[in-house]
Design a protein around this ligand. Structure first.
Ligand code: WT7
Length: 653
């Protein structure tokens, strides 16, 4: 489909056949036409303060109105200065005086098939009670609280309860290891942990509490661990420190007024991988983040009162934060949560869920779509998916084949696909089609959201020509941008605001086509995207070298049919040791213990030495080509020792 044609100037301009969105969506869309979008977008860039102030007044309930829309001292932004609000009140209380009061806020299905429906009134009650539990256990405003739970409604309840009293949550995905929990507890200085005995995954209960116990062992800073009973497995409780969620809730009052918080009050910290060994804790604040999540969720997914919105991401990722929880609830929508894996008990679990619950908006990742393709169309075709109206994609570029399958087989050509480009750092969608109006270009996230000013530039910050590849930057601050890296403002400045002068640097490469559509090429830094999850090569390398037998390690990404990228590592062992399959497995387990199962290497090559430049930098580019089975091309003149290369090639062949 993507054709290349030479322009008059001789450079390559990629073009693609655009696909018109189904007309019935446009008929009811909030933004009525591409022309209206363009006008609004222009306005939003011409007078950002006026635009964002209007959006903030229209979409958010303020306890005290803000005085100034933006104070910008690069790289530090303050949005909606002087304003006071509460995120949980926006997600709950404001719906109680409307027809939404007894509408379902959350419909949840556990992996074993247990179904729960929680109305706005009920969710409000649960959140207030749990907020009182937090207070009773000593949690105060600005205290950091680690949430390490399966993808069940209590995760949302815990997040909203923190937000209600001004505590700062840091959700850690349940697949992360004890070591990862410990790092995060220490990095953010948390005194509290909310966890569960375990959860259900692939038909089995898995344990969470023992992981927490190991992660926080010896850490004096932890004052309380609140434990949800989910699986009923035998759980050790440490006296004085651990309490059961249900026992604490039993006596808790449902009366808990929302704290009146400054617009810049910290809301949450969420860790993500960067190009050094240490994950970054991105800090998001109250007013700007809530506006970003609320507005994009409403406009990009075209939320209507009758929708059932299912974002398949775990709440442990930014997608779960911004769309399953905050964006959906702030809009008064019904959000769907599923606890388990897509292929249990059979490969059609997702389609079965969509059919039984009549899901209308379905938001998932390309890696999931590719594994559905592999499982076979018959699993989809068994089910009536006619309730679906809008489809979404996130996490990595969606390859045109997967796009077409998603459009035709899942959506029956009735449902437009919103390919949303954004990041943990951006808090909300940045480049995305809008329902009904943006011509779809399979594989492209298309056009900037309102108020977003992206550009493709060269290393000096000069815009490149249309069709040429460059670095993706954002030229203006936006409300839901992360404010800093928690505890490391210098790293925040260096990573995002120093690479390209005056711009936010995304870390992605991109090109813009003749229609203005943005095509994301992928990361240009040492960050991999494996099954839509960000993994830093340095993080994996530091996990590997912490193993007693490893001297040196290099991690690279190689193309993978389902995961997008797979993780290949090259390992040099300490003097006198030799590698075999048993050690390969030991190293895989070691990485799982250090980081989590998502970072387990797919391929381990033992080598006597790694290719390095004369200044000692590992030449990952060469390793990548070798691991992918390609000819080593390009410049090798900086390579220090040519023998290393031929030896490595010999091992691979
Ligand atoms: C990185 C951000 C933000 C939600 C999930 C991932 C890649 C994300 C797309 C997309 C192409 C995408 C980028 C980005 N990415 N969405 N629609 N098309 N690439 O969040 O872990 O913060 O990762 O994911 O490389 O920088 P994240």
């Amino acid at each position: 489909m993507a054709k290349k044609k030479s322009s008059a100037k001789g450079h390559i301009v990629p073009t693609t056949t655009l696909i018109k969105q189904p007309a019935h969506i446009a008929a009811h869309a909030r933004i009525k036409s591409l022309a209206e979008y363009k006008k609004l977008h222009e306005e939003s860039l011409r007078s950002p303060a006026t635009f964002w102030a209007r959006m903030a007044k229209e979409n958010i309930s303020w306890i005290k109105p803000f005085k100034k829309t933006l104070v910008w001292r690069e790289p530090h932004a303050q949005w909606f200065v002087g304003g006071r609000l509460n995120v949980s009140a926006n997600c709950l209380d404001r719906h109680l005086s409307t027809e939404r009061r007894h509408k379902a806020a959350i419909i949840a299905e556990g992996e074993p098939g247990d179904i729960r429906v929680i109305t706005y009134q009920q969710l409000h009650t649960e959140v207030c009670r749990f907020a009182n539990v937090l207070k009773k256990n000593g949690v105060k405003s600005r205290d950091r609280v680690i949430i390490y739970l399966p993808n069940v409604p209590e995760a949302a309840i815990a997040m909203l309860a923190c937000a209600r009293i001004g505590a700062v949550h840091s959700v850690v995905f349940g697949g992360f290891s004890a070591a990862a929990v410990r790092d995060r507890v220490q990095d953010c200085g948390a005194n509290f942990v909310i966890t569960a005995d375990g959860g259900f995954r692939r038909g089995q209960p898995f344990a969470l509490k023992p992981v927490v116990d190991e992660g926080i062992s010896g850490l004096e800073q932890i004052r309380r661990v609140i434990v949800l009973r989910r699986t009923g497995q035998t759980t050790h409780m440490q006296p004085e420190r651990d309490v059961w969620w249900h026992e604490e809730m039993a006596g808790a009052s449902a009366e808990c007024p929302p704290a009146s918080l400054d617009a810049e009050h910290p809301l949450f910290i969420l860790y993500t991988s960067g190009s050094t060994g240490k994950p970054k804790g991105l800090l998001h604040t109250t007013g700007g983040y809530l506006l970003g999540a609320t507005l994009t969720c409403k406009l990009v997914f075209d939320l209507k009162e009758t929708d059932l919105f299912w974002c398949t991401a775990d709440v442990g990722w930014i997608t779960g934060h911004s769309y399953t929880v905050y964006g959906a609830l702030s809009n008064g929508a019904t959000t769907f949560m599923y606890e388990g894996v897509p292929n249990h008990p059979q490969p059609d679990r997702f389609w079965d869920i969509i059919e039984r619950h009549r899901v209308t908006i379905f938001y998932t990742a390309p890696t999931a779509i590719r594994s559905f393709i592999r499982a076979g169309d018959q699993w989809v075709k068994k089910h009536d998916l006619s309730s679906l109206r809008i489809l979404g994609s996130v996490g990595e570029p969606i390859n045109p084949e997967a796009w077409r399958w998603y459009y035709e087989v899942v959506g029956g050509k009735r449902c437009p696909i919103m390919d949303t480009w954004w990041q943990t750092e951006t808090g909300a969608h940045m480049i995305t089609p809008l329902p009904g109006i943006t011509p779809m270009a399979p594989g492209s996230a298309t056009l900037p959201f309102l108020g977003v000013d992206p550009a493709v530039v060269d290393a000096k910050g000069q815009p490149v020509k249309r069709g040429e590849q460059g670095l993706l930057v954002i030229r203006k601050p936006w409300p839901s941008m992360a404010r800093t890296i928690y505890g490391d403002a210098a790293r925040y400045k260096k990573t995002y605001w120093s690479e390209i002068k005056g711009c936010y640097f995304t870390g992605d490469g991109a090109r813009q086509d003749a229609h203005g559509n943005f095509w994301i090429i992928g990361r240009v830094d040492d960050v991999l995207n494996i099954s839509g999850h960000r993994i830093g090569t340095a993080e994996v390398e530091s996990a590997l070298v912490s193993h007693a037998k490893v001297a040196e390690a290099a991690a690279v990404g190689i193309p993978h049919e389902i995961k997008g990228q797979a993780l290949a590592v090259f390992v040099t062992l300490k003097q006198g040791l030799t590698g075999d399959d048993a050690l390969r497995e030991e190293l895989r387990q070691h990485v799982a213990r250090e980081i989590g199962a998502i970072a387990k290497p797919d391929k381990i090559t033992f080598t006597e030495a790694l290719p390095k430049t004369r200044s000692g930098k590992i030449m990952r580019r060469l390793l990548k080509e070798i691991a992918s089975g390609n000819e080593v091309k390009g410049d090798v003149t900086t390579l220090d020792d040519f023998n290393v290369l031929s030896k490595l090639k010999a091992i691979e062949d």
